[in-house]
Design a protein around this ligand. Sequence first.
Ligand SMILES: *[C@@H]1O[C@H](CO)[C@@H](O)[C@H](O)[C@H]1NC(C)=O
Ligand SMILES: *[C@@H]1O[C@H](CO)[C@@H](O)[C@H](O)[C@H]1NC(C)=O
Ligand SMILES: *[C@@H]1O[C@H](CO)[C@@H](O)[C@H](O)[C@H]1NC(C)=O
Ligand SMILES: *[C@@H]1O[C@H](CO)[C@@H](O)[C@H](O)[C@H]1NC(C)=O
Ligand SMILES: *[C@@H]1O[C@H](CO)[C@@H](O)[C@H](O)[C@H]1NC(C)=O
Ligand SMILES: *[C@@H]1O[C@H](CO)[C@@H](O)[C@H](O)[C@H]1NC(C)=O
Ligand SMILES: *[C@@H]1O[C@H](CO)[C@@H](O)[C@H](O)[C@H]1NC(C)=O
Ligand SMILES: *[C@@H]1O[C@H](CO)[C@@H](O)[C@H](O)[C@H]1NC(C)=O
Ligand SMILES: *[C@@H]1O[C@H](CO)[C@@H](O)[C@H](O)[C@H]1NC(C)=O
Length: 896
Amino acid sequence: MIKIMANRIYLQFIAILFLMHGHVLCGGGFNTQFIASEAKALLQFKHGLKDPSKLLSSWILGNDCCHWKGVGCNTTTGHVISLNLHSSNSIDKLQGHLSSSLLKLPYLSYLNLSGIDFMQSTLPSFLGAMLNLKHLDLSHANFKGSLFDNLGNLSLLESLDLSGNGFYVNSLKWLHGLSSLKVLDLSGVDLSSCKNDWFHDISIRLHSLETLRLSGCRPHKLPKSPQPELNCDSLVTLDLSINYFNSTIPDWLFENCYHLEYLNLSTNTLQGPIPYSIERLKTLATLDLSQNRLTGSISSILGQVNGQNSLKVLRLSNNQLNGSLETSLHQLSKLVVLDLAQNNLEGNINDAHLANFSNLKVLDLSFNHQVTFNMSKNWIPPFQLETIGLAKCNLGPQFPKWIQTQKNFSHIDISNASVFDTVPNWFWDLSPNVEYMNLSYNELKRCGQGFSQKLKLKTLDLRNNNFLCPLPRLPPNSRMVDLSHNSFYGTISHVCEILGFNNSLEILVLSSNNLSGVIPNCWTNGTNMIILNLAENNFIGSIPDSFGSLKSLHMLVMSNNNLSGKIPDTLKNCQVMTFLELGSNRFRGPIPFWIGAEMQILKILSLRKNLFKENIPTTLCQLKSLLVLDLAENKLTGAIPRCVFPAMTTEESINEKSYMEILTIKESISDYLYRTGNGGFRLIKSIDLSSNFLAQGIPVEMVKLVELIALNLSRNQLVGSIPSNIGELKNLEFLDLSRNQLSCAIPTSMANIERLAVLDLSYNTLSGKIPIGTQLQTLSGFGVEGNSHLCGEPLEKACPRNSWFKDAHCSHSEEHENDSNHEDKGMDMEINPFYISMGIGFSTGFWVFWGSLILIASWRHAYFRFLSNVNDRIYVTVVVAYNKLRRKLHAQQPPM
Ligand SMILES: *[C@@H]1O[C@H](CO)[C@@H](O)[C@H](O)[C@H]1NC(C)=O
Ligand SMILES: *[C@@H]1O[C@H](CO)[C@@H](O)[C@H](O)[C@H]1NC(C)=O
Ligand SMILES: *[C@@H]1O[C@H](CO)[C@@H](O)[C@H](O)[C@H]1NC(C)=O
Ligand SMILES: *[C@@H]1O[C@H](CO)[C@@H](O)[C@H](O)[C@H]1NC(C)=O
Ligand SMILES: *[C@@H]1O[C@H](CO)[C@@H](O)[C@H](O)[C@H]1NC(C)=O
Ligand SMILES: *[C@@H]1O[C@H](CO)[C@@H](O)[C@H](O)[C@H]1NC(C)=O
Ligand SMILES: *[C@@H]1O[C@H](CO)[C@@H](O)[C@H](O)[C@H]1NC(C)=O
Ligand SMILES: *[C@@H]1O[C@H](CO)[C@@H](O)[C@H](O)[C@H]1NC(C)=O
Ligand SMILES: *[C@@H]1O[C@H](CO)[C@@H](O)[C@H](O)[C@H]1NC(C)=O
């Protein structure tokens, strides 16, 4: 370290010395002819940059600067004409600021600083004065801010690449000045404030442009018919992907730009059919229209592109194309890439259809309506595929034998492909290059020898099959392994081997198998692990101490095993834990205080159905992101802490989307998801503390958790009244306070909770008149029985005339509820032995249950995880109730 600094100081010293004598030639004589002032300018430029990996180590005073790395000179004049310092993926890339000393290189015509990290600075305006520039590449260089109009001074510029930065621009008028421009890449520049002018300004240049890339620029819409008539004869490459174009594909694109060889309109929301004029593109080699909402029949589209013998890459995936593949497929036999995944295609494909596809390398027909592969037994395909994408195609019931001829694939997805067979032994060793293997959702049997030789395999997904065998040895470089929902058995004693190998494993899901034995204590090398799911097996013993080394762990799921003991204190090192589910085991001891103190970003904490005892630690109140707190069915005592979890008080403070992208995670947390109105997903916000020995009152702080959807405090020993302003929990759909010793009247505000579908207050000592409100009386999931002093509808018992039943001490206590609750504060954490002894003995009497089942199945499923006894009876009740509810909702629909 000291040495490096010393070196740096030495270099700076040299540089300063040199700058003081700028007129001295830097080459020290010989036959070089570079210009001293330019060498000086280069060193000044270097001075602005940090160079941790010594990329510029050749830039030293005394050497010929025309031989410095990245510097190019005119051999006759000695002037610096090019500077090419693009940083590749290296982590130790050049970093710093862009020095205006470049202005002292007046002959510079090529400047490539792509990939250097300019640390979010804005584009320096001096660039507009580098009038000799012909090529300027500042792509992916971590700039931001507005582009300058004076870029328009660079009239010699032939190529300009500003892509992959955080630029925005209000006008593209400056393009008018770039009269020599042939290549323009503004991908990622925000054009959303350019209004409709953007296209006009571009089209001024379009007659000479050969390459135009505007991916992810969000410009205003594509014009339907541009005025004046557009000249784009010379355009060869056009990339308009990832914008928000939602029109149809305009005809002019194909009629005017008929020399296109590369066209990328993917990831927009383009609608309607693909125009017939696409026939005009006789030299088209790459067509990517994937991820839009294009409609029409595949055979007419393929008919239109049929004339193009040049077409090599066709990507139409993720649209709404329909029709049958059989009739049209053969027309495409020149293709290298055929990606038609995620449409509504059908077809019964046999040997003949694919007979002429000798160049095919990528075949993706996944997730269509009904594509069947009916190949003859000994078919030998003419291709060697690199990508085999046949998810949800009909390949079975036998394991497709033709795959045996494919020896070079890196990606194979034959998930959900109706294969009900044993996996032949040849399969596992087929391709040494395989990186991605997905055989999930079939009924496959028989395991391979292990994956230990599969050096490149990074993703292995065998979930939901019938594999009945000991856990295989895992691929040594894998990043994601999902073997869940099979019948793998035996111990997992060797599972940590691959952690020691090179520590690439990030996701390991072994849930829902028959694995057993203790979890080995060998995780010290698992520092990159993000998800570990061992739920629903037969593991015994305790959580190993070395889990504390899993410092990147976001998600730990161990529920439904036979694990016991205390949660080890080392787990507090897992400080990025977001999802901790240890339910349905036999863990004991107090709930560790450090969960709240150390796991600062925890969102879901489920410890339900264990043997945890003593108080709920108040440190839990520090969990700012907590969405789900499930501590039900333990032996917890004391008062409910007065937590105001911020994430439960605000609407959607966090972005779960990043999690959704990994399917495995989505599946693991599906129990906590529900669908929102706009088709997205949200995590449920809920608290379940039911079936413990919790005493004292319901803290008034709970009323602040206005985003709560479910609150279950039933089967405890809670006393006092229900907080009078409980109606502020406007989002509640499920509220269960039954089987406590709550007293006094039902607060009238409760009638205001409009979404409430289940309200159970039964078996308390509530009294007085049941409040009248549109909601409560019609609510079928309303349980009030077992409160002998309640009266009024829906109970049979009418309230006494004139004066309704009123308990003097209650009206008092409701008014002063806040004060009295605060007085309790000192006692919060004390165990009240009186209430413990009273705990048990609920009758299994009538238990009104039914869900607010406008919700999707996973939410329904989730719902019942909040309730204690999930059993068939409940489901029957639910179905009946669901239909009732639907009828009710239909009756209430406002007239259109
Ligand atoms: C080098 O400079 C000479 C004289 O100005 C010029 O004719 C020549 O084209 C230049 N060469 C390059 C490669 O720029
Ligand atoms: C800049 O360098 C990168 C990396 O070599 C290269 O891909 C890119 O084409 C160069 N830009 C120009 C304009 O030559
Ligand atoms: C560069 O452009 C700016 C704004 O477009 C203009 O004001 C300025 O005069 C131009 N400078 C040169 C040297 O052409
Ligand atoms: C396209 O998007 C705009 C703005 O987002 C919207 O106003 C318009 O209705 C959309 N058009 C279609 C056909 O969806
Ligand atoms: C089209 O653009 C998308 C998004 O920029 C990119 O991911 C895709 O690779 C491109 N397609 C082709 C065939 O180059
Ligand atoms: C294809 O979808 C269109 C609507 O986009 C529909 O009119 C047509 O009948 C469908 N064709 C087939 C063969 O399903
Ligand atoms: C495949 O190519 C052969 C020879 O070029 C041709 O005779 C045959 O018709 C083609 N088959 C299909 C299905 O296009
Ligand atoms: C598969 O092809 C054979 C002839 O090769 C045919 O007899 C059979 O009916 C086809 N099966 C299906 C499901 O189309
Ligand atoms: C962890 O990795 C190191 C170095 O690769 C190795 O020496 C050690 O045995 C590994 N530990 C475990 C528990 O695998």
